[in-house]
Design a binder for this molecule. Structure first.
Ligand SMILES: [Zn+2]
Length: 303
């Protein structure tokens, strides 16, 4: 192991943009499912290509509630493997479909995972909401998650452009009133205006991706003014084609603008880059120095 790799691997790390059931490493996955024949591609054809892969390949393996529990379990193990000590990962409330539509059962499993790994990692689950989920279910499940008291934040994702966010404002107000951290996916593929609209409608604490803010001084100013952190996932951006080459990643300009950014994995099982890999790659591509990475790292811990 090179000096740099070793230094990075020893760092105590955080991952604050991660989708729990897709956050296991490919290594942990093959250990758990030795007979699974899955060819993980290096490049997906955008977000639709990724969704096609999930439905066509991964979901043939994750077909029961036991599998969902395995997928979530290997995610936490994989974070621990990489010396991640803080994991903020969204639990997709739509996974209730695997548990006879019982969100209570999902919550129960999340509590069990927290207990199981409590001495190894600070696992803070976020309520994961796909914009395509039926809105009555969104409210019903999310409110039960909030009532449970175990969730630390809420995160909204799915198709970015052209989706009406207004149905979610009440939910975000409730989440805010209950002291949850609010996160929204926007601006990976959608333009900088969509980021501004999202800030106006949902006023989130943090934005997942948000990299297209780089196209507008105005948008970057708005992010700064509202003290919004951008939780960026470089390898995800590359694999989905949102960014062509790592050396040109907008993270540098956003950081230079004074915006608080963090570096994260998104879906480790798909993008195959741990936090350590992400850091290594960014330093190798001369986007950041090791000292800058350490500073960025401290943002994730809210230091
Ligand atoms: Zn994401």
């Amino acid at each position: 192991m090179t000096d740099l790799k070793e230094k990075i691997s020893k760092l105590k790390k955080a991952d604050v943009h991660s989708h729990l059931h897709l956050a296991g490493s490919q290594k942990r996955f093959s250990e758990r499912y030795p007979n699974a024949r899955i060819n993980f591609p290096n490049q997906f054809n955008g977000l639709p290509g990724m969704i096609e892969f999930i439905y066509g390949s991964l979901n043939t393996i994750m077909s029961t509630k036991e599998d969902v529990i395995h997928f979530m379990d290997i995610a936490i193990q994989s974070a621990i493997d990489d010396n991640v000590i803080l994991l903020e990962a969204s639990v997709d409330i739509g996974l209730a479909r695997f548990f006879n539509n019982s969100i209570e059962e999902v919550i129960h499993e999340v509590i069990k995972l927290q207990e199981k790994y409590k001495f190894e990692i600070n696992f803070k689950p976020d309520i994961g909401v796909n914009k395509d989920l039926d809105i009555d279910k969104v409210y019903n499940y999310s409110l039960k998650c909030i009532e449970s008291g175990i969730f630390h934040g809420i995160d909204l994702y799915g198709q970015e452009a052209g989706k009406d966010l207004n149905p979610f404002t009440r939910l975000y107000n409730i989440a805010n009133d209950n002291g949850l951290k609010t996160k929204v996916h926007i601006g990976e593929f959608s333009n900088h205006q969509s980021i501004e609209e999202t800030i106006q409608i949902l006023n989130p604490n943090e934005i997942q991706h948000g990299i297209r803010a780089v196209d507008s001084e105005n948008t970057m100013e708005l992010i700064l003014k509202n003290d919004i952190q951008l939780n960026i996932c470089p390898q995800s951006n590359i694999a989905l084609g949102a960014v062509k080459q790592l050396k040109d990643h907008p993270a540098r300009i956003l950081h230079d603008h004074g915006i608080k950014i963090t570096i994260n994995t998104d879906d480790l099982i798909l993008f195959n880059a741990s936090i350590s890999d992400e850091y290594n790659n960014l330093i190798k591509a001369k986007v950041f120095t090791f000292d800058e990475i350490k500073m960025i790292q401290s943002n994730a811990f809210n230091l």
